[in-house]
Ligand binder design. Structure first.
Ligand code: FES
Length: 174
C-alpha cells in the first residue's frame, strides 16, 4: 500500500512538472505573439529623426560615412539611407540635379532610388552617357528616370525630400 501511494505521488508530481513546463512554454509563445501583434499595431514612434544629408557645390555628404560624394554630370551617390524612422528599411539613393549645371534648389533636385524596377538590382549612374544603367539585365533609364531600354518597363523610383538651409531629409518613395 505504501509503495502504491509513493508511486501515485510521483505520478502526480510528474504531471505537475509537465503542466508547469507546458504552461511556461505557452506563456513564452503567447508573449512572443502578443508582442508581435502589438509591434504591428503600434509601430515605433518617429522619435528617431531621419538622417540629415548635407549638400554643397562640392557634392553630397554621405550620412553614413561622412564622405563627400561629388556631383558627376549633376548626379551624386549612391549612398545608403534609412527610409523609415526605425531605420529598418535602407535603400541606395542618388541625389540628382535635374539641370546638371543648375542650382542646389529644391525645384532642381531629385532623389532617385538605386533599385532597378525590373528585378531590383542596384543601378549605376553612367555620367558619360547621361543615364542610369542596370548591370543585371541591361535596363537603361534616362535622366528623368524613364526607361530607355528594357527589360524594365517602369521608371526608377523617386523619393520625396525636404531641403532646409542646404540640408536634405529624405522622406521615402513618392
Ligand atoms: S534587375 Fe535591372 S534589368 Fe533586371
Amino acid at each position: 500500500m505504501a509503495v502504491s501511494a509513493a508511486g501515485s505521488s510521483r505520478a502526480v508530481s510528474r504531471n505537475r512538472f509537465m503542466l508547469a513546463v507546458l504552461g511556461g512554454v505557452s506563456t513564452v509563445i503567447g508573449v512572443f505573439y502578443v508582442g508581435t501583434i502589438l509591434r504591428y499595431l503600434y509601430p515605433k514612434s518617429s522619435s528617431t529623426p531621419p538622417l540629415p544629408v548635407s549638400l554643397s557645390d562640392q557634392g553630397v555628404t554621405d550620412p553614413g560615412t561622412q564622405a563627400v560624394l561629388p556631383f558627376n554630370n549633376g548626379v551624386a551617390g549612391p549612398f545608403y539611407y534609412p527610409t523609415v524612422p526605425d531605420k529598418s528599411v535602407v535603400v541606395g539613393v542618388f541625389v540628382e540635379k535635374i539641370k546638371a549645371a543648375g542650382p542646389l534648389a529644391a525645384d532642381n533636385l531629385r532623389v532617385v532610388e538605386q533599385t532597378c524596377t525590373h528585378l531590383g538590382c542596384p543601378v549605376a549612374w553612367v555620367a558619360s552617357d547621361n543615364r542610369f544603367e542596370c548591370p543585371c539585365h541591361g535596363s537603361q533609364f534616362n535622366r528623368d528616370l524613364s526607361v530607355s531600354h528594357g527589360p524594365a518597363n517602369s521608371p526608377l523610383y523617386e523619393h520625396d525630400f525636404q531641403l532646409k538651409a542646404g540640408t536634405m531629409t529624405i522622406l521615402g518613395r513618392k
